[in-house]
Write a protein that binds this ligand. Sequence first.
Ligand SMILES: *Cc1c(COP(=O)(O)O)cnc(C)c1O
Length: 267
Amino acid sequence: MSGALNLTETVDARTAELATNLSGLLQRIDAACLASGRDSDTVRLLPVTKFFPAADVAILYRLGRREFGESREQEATAKVAGLPTLVRQGVDAARSGAESDEGLSDVHWHMIGRLQRNKAKVVARWAHTVHSVDSERLATALDAGARAALDAGDRTDPLHVLLQVSLDDDPSRGGVAPEDLAALAEHVAASPGLRLSGLMAIPPLGAESDASFARLAILHTRMLAEHPGATELSAGMSGDLESAIQHGSTVVRVGTALMGARPITSA
Ligand SMILES: *Cc1c(COP(=O)(O)O)cnc(C)c1O
């Protein structure tokens, strides 16, 4: 048996696995929407592809997904660069001279993990949305990066920003304290390179996710009163998306239930 044939079989097996997981997940989201009296088109699935190869992202692309979430800057930057070729390898295999290193204009990449200010410039080149903005210093760095990327033609729209709010008192897990949320929202709203799009949170370790999401919903309602355009609520992961949808999530960030288990070192 040739190596090429083995590779094809591997890709087919992974495609089947991801397609099965994806349809199960979309059914879970639909069921949660139904249980909450919401239209299923009010909640989006954001596949979280961290720790998995760009080849998996290409499979998800072929399965129709156009949004992907990443949490580590270096890994994400490499995947963003690698995806177009992987996607076109399938599409253009029969054509000749079709090589192109142009980006895929229909893909939206989301940065969902903690972000250091010195990575803001790079991330502002490829990210459609950053979910983890939790300080004015980070917002200022992202604004500068987004404006530079707009000037250079690397992006066409402002960088969408979700503020990550902390629902516990553990600053190591990221997130702005609820009492500082309004000031941070004002700061982002006044930044020309940024667009304030909404709120994000990760329930504290060991906390009741239902109570956390209920609290998050109250904070989001308050934010919307000042910033009616900030309609996104990024909440819910593999284990708690039903509860998040119950409390108004508009985008669930799902890794494990779609991709399988990550290595133990996962962050
Ligand atoms: C990894 C990650 C997820 C996905 O978590 P799963 O439990 O694997 O679905 C969601 N949000 C953030 C911020 C993450 O880092």
